[in-house]
Design a protein. Structure first.
Length: 249
């Protein structure tokens, strides 16, 4: 199975946790095959107005693309709260309106983009790159920065390498996107895109961060109960996202 995101095989059985709060649907965790059916069922019960993605390390590529293409037709708003890494970014990009969100006691919000890799070998998948590039290009529109996105996807050698794009509510220097070839890369090996931001790259449609009062209890409990990934540190999305985010100038 092709994965997008630094998840261990022990985590791969975990599906997205969904929780409805009025017109909001919270989704957190690893994205797996079948999650598109769960999201469709939730929307069939009552229309989803906002899909709030909370701390997702990514997951299965094709499942994420199926979800993203279905969401496009709904023309809903997507919000990213905490770390929305890898495959999560594809789903986020499906929103008609896209913004970062902040939550109490949750990490600073970032979007992470990188290429797909084989779940068994950890090797990058060249065959998946065109699918991903086409989707990002479609959703980013005129703001699509080919060199920046292709660096993260096509040139990926280590699954822990990411283009990390922070929320624009952070300080002027901290909101700059940065590409690091791995979570362990020293600062001089990382590329900071000083003239870019989440808005200029077309990742968000509005610069303002949406402030959410608190996580619904069911979502908070699901995040707290999530098992710690058993894979090597290169596959530990939480550590990697935190490391890369902290390296931003």
């Amino acid at each position: 199975m092709l994965l997008l995101g630094a998840v261990s095989l022990s985590c791969a059985a975990q599906a997205l946790t969904l929780h409805r709060d009025g017109g909001d649907l919270y989704a957190s965790g690893v994205i797996q095959i079948g999650d598109d059916l769960a999201l469709r069922a939730a929307h069939a019960q009552a229309p989803v107005e906002r899909l709030i993605l909370v701390n997702s390390p990514g997951g299965a590529l094709m499942a994420s693309l199926r979800i993203a293409r279905w969401l496009e037709d709904l023309r809903i708003t997507t919000l990213a709260a905490g770390h929305c890494m890898s495959a999560c970014s594809l789903i986020f990009m499906a929103g008609e309106q896209r913004q970062f969100a902040s939550l109490p006691r949750q990490p600073a919000s970032v979007i992470g983009i990188h290429g797909a890799y084989n779940a068994r070998t950890g090797q990058a998948s060249e065959a998946a790159a065109p699918l991903m590039l086409d989707y990002y290009r479609q959703r980013m529109g005129a703001n699509y920065a080919a060199a920046i996105i292709e660096q993260a996807i096509v040139q990926m050698k280590d699954p822990s390498g990411f283009l990390v794009v922070p929320a624009m509510s952070t300080g002027p220097g901290e909101q700059r996107p940065q590409y690091c070839p791995s979570a362990r890369a020293p600062r001089h090996e990382c590329t900071v895109h000083m003239q870019q931001s989440a808005l200029s790259l077309g990742i968000v449609t509005r610069a303002e961060t949406v402030s959410l009062a608190a996580l619904p209890q069911a979502v908070a409990q699901a995040i707290e109960a999530a098992p710690t990934p058993a894979a090597p540190s290169a596959f530990d999305t939480s550590a990697k996202a935190s490391t890369l985010a902290q390296q931003l100038p």
